[in-house]
Design a protein around this ligand. Structure first.
Ligand code: UN1
Length: 493
């Protein structure tokens, strides 16, 4: 029996259309887990109205009190970690170890947000005039439209919604239609922890109906979106019509560089985790491996050997290392790219096809794939695939390695394995990416550090850490003149 969920707009409500959609298990597509309202613009209008009304009260709740609610959210997430992780594995496929990590990222973000409620620092600055006090304080922006992807169904919504709330904004939230259940459970927790009605509203449905209605809505003040670069550009255009502030976290084509002097065992663990963790479906996934020429043959044979041993299966099973892709569309995209790669001259060193075997026939399983003989201009080396496909490129030295790493339109994460501090610092300086890891894989961002990328990975904002609090608040500059007379700046000084 599948559970039927509703939207939450101050209360549980169905979509006005009365229509619903199914949430299925990618490891066993026959299994319908739950159904959700298929919403449209009318439902978004209701949610925005509720959020706008609630904003007038929520903005007046002291930030430390808003933070206290987030602390309770952290406690509830902790208490329900296992249930949430299982829900997530069932609806999007990644293994339990990782979905537990995904919930943990939400917990970390909650406690960080709780503490931030007691900080939200402003500044005081001396005035140029006597008996005058200058300060800049932080005020909420208004109603936040939050649109999230399916690959981190808990972490990504939390790292947008929690800072939005602590800063005093109210929220209209549209989760990915591949992972609505984790999102619904998150909203239940927020409400249970004491977030007042109307402060967080969830509207389920598709991107073109619900997502775009949020982006286009004149009464939404800001948009935070994580997803593809194509959709991000469209959001930018539509949001520009109402001059909304927009934070975009988009595609990646992240490279791990392995130098001849690297500890190859470490680099091997790193690339396996970076490329095939979450079945390669992370913005931060390692999708290119750049290896210096002397280490190349040895490292590749170690890598192929370990890759072949990865155990595919249902992520709920203890022994599974790699789960399915999220849906049929992703599987087809991955398969298409492998064909494009071979047509371009790359060689399939392992994988390259839909996985067969016990327990795999009903899910979207694809063999972890390594493409060799890739050159930096091939489509498989420049376009985001979002699946378990690793393109390997051979280089002569660190300078060429960095050049290759930089030769895509994206710039999210990067990793360099080397024992030579000179290589490391050259990479830190010259790799054009929002994140560079030294001797660690391209995945594994921590909740309290800025997260985001350059070039077509984003539009200059950073999520995570202290930086995201800037995005969710406006600076208000305040001058208090206690001189008892007219003082003219720039004139009476
Ligand atoms: C993403 O893939 O969109 O660093 C986010 C990581 C995770 C977050 C990934 N903590 O891989």
């Amino acid at each position: 029996m599948s559970t039927s969920y509703k939207n939450f707009i101050g209360r549980q409500v169905d979509a006005k259309s009365g229509k619903t959609f199914e949430n299925r298990n990618p490891a066993n597509w026959d299994e319908v887990l739950s159904t959700f309202p298929m919403s449209s613009k009318e439902d978004v209008d209701d949610a925005v109205r509720a959020a706008r009304k609630a904003f007038e009260k929520w903005r007046l709740v002291p930030a430390p009190a808003r933070g206290d609610i987030l602390r309770r959210v952290g406690d509830l997430l902790t208490a329900r970690k296992e249930d949430l992780a299982r829900t997530m594995t069932r609806e999007m496929g990644k293994v339990l170890l990782e979905t537990r990590g995904d919930v943990q990222e939400g917990i970390d973000t909650a406690y960080y947000a709780a503490a931030e409620g007691r900080r939200l620092f402003g500044r005081t600055v001396p005035s140029e005039l006597p008996n005058k006090f200058n300060m800049a304080i932080r005020v909420p922006v208004g109603v936040a439209g939050i649109i999230t992807p399916w690959n981190f169904p808990m972490a990504i919504p939390t790292w947008k919604i929690f800072p939005a709330l602590v800063c005093g904004n109210t929220v209209v939230f549209k989760p990915a239609s591949d992972t609505p259940e984790t999102a619904a459970k998150l909203v239940e927790i927020l409400v249970e922890a004491g977030v007042p009605d109307g402060v967080v509203n969830i509207v389920h449905g598709g991107g073109s109906q619900v997502g775009m209605a949020i982006v286009d809505h004149p009464d939404i003040d800001l948009i935070s979106f994580t997803g593809s670069t194509g959709v991000g550009k469209k959001i930018s255009e539509v949001a520009a019509k109402t001059l909304k502030r927009v934070s975009l976290e988009l595609g990646g084509k992240n490279a791990q560089i392995v130098m001849d002097d690297a500890r190859l065992d470490l680099a091997l663990d790193g690339v396996l985790w970076g490329a095939f963790g979450t079945t390669g479906q992370r913005c931060t996934a390692t999708s290119r491996l750049i290896v210096q020429e002397k280490a190349y043959d040895k490292f590749l044979s170690m890598l192929i050997d370990r890759t072949r041993k990865l155990r595919l299966g249902d992520g709920l099973r203890q022994e599974t290392e790699v789960g399915p892709l999220v849906n049929q569309g992703q599987l087809e995209t991955v398969d298409r790219y492998v064909k494009i790669g071979t047509e371009e001259g790359a060689t399939v060193l392992t994988g390259g096809k839909r996985a067969a075997g016990d327990g795999l026939s009903k899910g979207w399983f694809y063999e972890p794939t390594i493409l060799g003989e890739v050159t930096s201009s091939m489509r498989v080396a420049t376009e985001e695939i979002f699946g378990p496909v690793l393109a390997v490129i051979r280089v002569k030295n660190i300078t060429e390695a960095i050049e290759v790493a930089n030769s895509t339109k994206y710039g999210l994460s990067s990793a360099v394995y080397t024992q030579d501090i000179n290589n490391a610092y050259q990479a830190i300086r010259d790799i054009r990416a929002g994140i560079t890891y030294i001797n660690a894989p391209t995945i594994g961002a921590e909740a309290h550090m800025p997260f985001g990328g350059v070039k077509e990975t984003g539009n200059g904002h950073r999520e995570g850490g202290w930086t995201v609090y800037e995005f969710y608040s406006e600076w208000k500059t305040v001058y208090v003149d206690y001189s008892g007379k007219l003082q003219r700046a720039q004139i009476d000084t």
